[in-house]
Design a protein around this ligand. Structure first.
Ligand SMILES: C[S@@+](CC[C@H](N)C(=O)[O-])C[C@H]1O[C@@H](n2cnc3c(N)ncnc32)[C@H](O)[C@@H]1O
Length: 204
């Protein structure tokens, strides 16, 4: 799968587009004008950087992490075009751990790569490494018996139970949560996804 992603990221066109995800926009919407400036953001599985660049354009200090070298190279080139600073890290989210605290841990389309047994540890780590007042924002594909698996499902993807994400954040303020069912045409085969979308804030 990763070789396939590297190949699509090596093309000039942006596979995921250049518009940020709704989740990224919802997150930045929580800050008043200019208030996101200087916030430290970790974008896990940044792909070609559409959300990382969006955060950087709001003045955030962004670290964009992905396993794909071509994806990161594309994100870095885009950052230069926009004249914003972007730190890139090529790493595996499964083993990557933060060395310094951040204000925001963010991931879109990525956390299904965490096998269920490691989730409690990894989300605890993100929580510990988030400054008070900071946010963790994720979306997670959830399993619904009436939807089934998507055609491009990979064996290293593990769906969540509905509401599971909330459980890891029981002691944080849940500032936004939604469960969505939406149509998708990735891989050229029309199908549906169910997804939980959460923004949680560390209060103490
Ligand atoms: C569905 S894409 C989403 C990309 C980006 N977040 C966006 O919304 O445009 C998932 C990304 O996760 C990356 N990825 C998958 N497994 C990974 C892993 N174990 N470690 C780091 N990145 C990974 C892929 O290379 C890909 O760029």
């Amino acid at each position: 799968m990763q070789a396939a992603m590297d190949e699509v990221y090596s093309k000039a066109e942006f596979y995921w587009g250049r518009e940020p995800n709704d989740l990224a926009m919802q997150l930045m919407g929580r800050f008043g004008p200019g208030a996101a400036r200087g916030k430290r953001v970790l974008d896990l599985g940044c792909g070609e950087g559409r959300d990382s660049i969006y955060f950087a354009c709001h003045g955030c200090n962004v670290t964009a992490l992905d396993v794909s070298g071509p994806g990161l190279a594309k994100a870095a080139a885009w950052a230069s075009e926009e004249d914003v600073r972007l730190e890139t890290i090529q790493a595996d989210v499964l083993s990557y751990r933060l060395a310094e605290p951040v204000d925001i841990v963010y991931a879109s389309g990525v956390i299904q790569h965490f096998p269920q047994p490691m989730r409690s540890e990894v989300f605890s780590h993100y929580k510990q490494m988030t400054r008070i007042g900071g946010y963790n924002a994720f979306n997670a594909f959830v399993e619904k018996p009436f939807i089934g698996l998507p055609p491009d499902y990979q064996p290293d993807e593990f769906f969540y139970r509905s509401g599971e994400l909330l459980g890891y954040y029981w002691d944080w303020e849940i500032v936004a949560f939604q469960e969505l069912i939406f149509d998708c045409n990735s891989s050229g085969v029309p199908h549906q996804h169910a997804m939980d979308v959460m923004i949680a804030r560390r209060v103490v």
